[in-house]
Design a protein around this ligand. Structure first.
Ligand code: GBH
Length: 581
């Protein structure tokens, strides 16, 4: 413990101290109880994944439109041209939301549907009308809209000027946000600027897997993240200065994080490594926003040292000025977290070349092999990781109000109704959230205000196309009408929302009382288990001994076996048939 205190810089090491030595029993214990009455249950979606209508009513193309038009980029050459056709099927979407009885719906705005070329001068009123209709209908049904301003679908016109790698985009994004606050903010009170800036920076500009498919793992992700943080902060201040007073909403950003468990919690270096992994993932954005306006020490140290060893004159991690730090610090009203899985990391000394955000971390990552796999590789269902992550966030960022803005699991597209894996996932993951609301085993509480399940219906799942589904509803993508059908999990989630959690079922309640007077108490065994070998060999049974009336005493008579008032229960035996039969 002392060693850990000395080596793990972050206060949040207490999470590993408290939890990592939990027994299997403690880890898997099911906790019954309910959430506070105000708990915000919801489901999520995002524009490109569901809307379709990619080139109608004036919408401009986004980087995802461009990427998916090229055959072979996505399995089955899938794209979001039609997707769930939500642009034309608002009524169907609203019907599902009402049927689930959710309290909130998290969706995103397609920037290029509102500003086709990304700029305010290109305003497309039909796009605005669509979102007005959606928002008005949600409110009419008492469903709180939670709006993501940017869920990865940058207007292609802005990519032509280098997208998030060009600092001028900070002001351009701010114009878009300003317009959305002004236009929808009288009804929308929950805003998220970005969905998963980590994915935008690393998958988009480092690995180059998602658009804009830039493969510059050594520096572009850091530059892009720097711009995303400034863009977020700028939009936050715009809301603060122009809209907060009259509209009274809140602004945040949806960060994503896997939980990270060290390979060996008793080796300080490994706990430091796990903490470092979280700092590079969630701390990259959360540390500046929720702590001091600057990157985590672990990142500054690692990237700085590597850069020096690589002979660079300055760190590949850009630095903020004091003014910028003050501008970024404190720019989120609540903590929004997207979470899916848990990974195990260990410390390594990574190679210096090529330069990469990945190697900068000096970590290697493995799967949590005791947990069930899901339809997407390396995305195991590890429910207990969620509670640890929430506790880590609580410790690291000073007990913020937390919303879980995405959590869910995929099943393959053949699973159309009986999605028991999804039911099990929600049942166990939501229970980990519940455990944090109530003090058990004296373990600290965190404050989760809402839970948004991903997702409302099967959708275009980015690089996985339509091969997997996260939805409570199945969508038949081969049918032009895109019919939606509730899966088993939809019924289950409806019940969880209705019960506001997991009230103790009647058959789990502890009962005190007496059995009726003539109740027969007994005990059981099987002949083979109690008969000596010698005895069995002497007495070759003439018939199959299916029924033994005297399980306790071999050779006893019926009289011997019936002490007054006690009857022996007949034991049916299947396992000791004579060999020749
Ligand atoms: C979520 O990300 C998305 O936010 C959500 O829109 C989506 O519905 C959900 O995943 C399920 O697909 O393969 O290049 O995209 C979850 C966190 C981080 C997991 C990035 C996949 C790999 C990058 N994701 N990660 S890529």
């Amino acid at each position: 413990r002392l060693m850990l205190t000395l080596h793990v810089p972050s206060k949040s090491m207490v999470v590993w101290e408290k939890f990592s030595n939990q027994s299997m029993f403690e880890k898997k214990l099911y906790h019954y109880g309910t959430f506070p009455g105000s708990f915000l249950w919801g489901v999520s979606s995002s524009a490109y994944q569901i809307e379709g209508g990619w080139n109608i009513d004036g919408k401009g193309p986004s980087i995802w439109d461009k990427f998916t038009q090229k055959p072979g980029n996505i399995p089955g050459s899938a794209n979001g041209n039609v997707a769930c056709d939500s642009y034309n099927r608002l009524e169907e979407d609203l019907y599902m939301l009402r049927a689930l009885r959710v309290k909130s719906y998290r969706f995103s705005l397609s920037w290029s549907r509102i500003f086709p070329d990304g700029l305010r001068t290109s305003l497309n009123q039909k796009g605005v009308d669509y979102y007005n209709r959606l928002i008005d209908n949600l409110l009419a049904y008492n469903i709180t809209p939670m709006v993501t301003l940017y869920h990865w679908d940058l207007p292609q016109a802005l990519q032509n000027i280098n997208g998030w790698d060009n600092i001028t985009i900070i002001d351009i994004f701010n114009d878009f946000c300003d317009f959305c606050f002004a236009t929808f903010g009288n009804r929308v009170k929950f805003w998220m600027t970005f969905n998963q800036p980590h994915t935008i920076a690393w998958s988009g500009y480092g690995l180059g897997q998602i658009p804009p498919n830039v493969k510059m793992p050594g520096d572009a992700p850091y530059r892009v993240a720097h711009n995303l943080l400034k863009a977020h902060a700028k939009a936050y201040h715009t809301y603060d200065e122009k809209y907060r007073k009259s509209q009274g909403g809140l602004v945040s950003i949806a960060l994503n994080a896997d939980w990270i468990e060290p390979t060996d919690v008793n080796v300080p270096r490994e706990v430091v490594a796990a903490d470092r992994a979280l700092q590079f993932q969630i701390g990259w954005f959360a540390h500046p926003i929720f702590k001091n306006g600057d990157y985590p020490d672990a990142m500054k140290w690692q990237v700085g040292n590597k850069s020096e060893l690589q002979g660079l004159s300055e760190s590949r991690l850009p630095a903020f000025t004091e003014e910028e730090k003050a501008f970024i610090r404190g720019t989120a009203d609540v903590f929004c977290i997207n979470h899916y899985t848990t990974k195990i990391v260990s410390h390594i000394t990574a190679r210096l070349s090529p330069q990469s955000y990945e190697h900068d971390q000096d970590l290697s990552e493995a799967e949590e092999v005791d947990s069930p796999t899901t339809a997407i590789s390396k995305q195991r269902a590890v429910a207990w990781g969620l509670r640890r992550l929430l506790n880590w966030i609580k410790e690291e960022y000073g007990d913020p109000e937390i919303y879980i803005t995405e959590n869910g699991v995929s099943t393959d597209k053949e699973t159309t109704f009986d999605d028991t894996a999804r039911v099990f996932y929600y049942k166990t993951y939501i229970d980990e959230v519940l455990k944090g609301q109530i003090s058990i085993f004296n373990i600290n509480l965190f404050f989760v205000q809402g839970y948004i399940a991903t997702s409302l219906m099967d959708s275009f799942e980015w690089l996985n196309g339509y091969t997997v589904g996260f939805g409570f509803h199945r969508v038949d993508f081969t049918n032009p009408n895109r019919p939606r059908t509730p899966k088993y999990s939809a019924h289950y989630y409806y019940q969880v929302i209705k019960d506001n959690g997991f009230p103790l079922p009647d058959d789990e309640r502890v009962l005190y009382g007496h059995f009726r007077k003539n109740f027969i108490w007994s005990t059981a065994t099987a002949s083979y288990q109690v008969t000596a070998k010698r005895h069995r060999e002497q007495e070759e049974p003439k018939s199959i001994p299916l029924v033994c009336k005297h399980p306790l005493t071999v050779g006893a008579t019926e009289k011997d076996c019936k002490p007054s008032g006690i009857l022996f229960i007949l034991v049916v035996m299947h396992c000791d048939l004579p060999k020749e039969r």
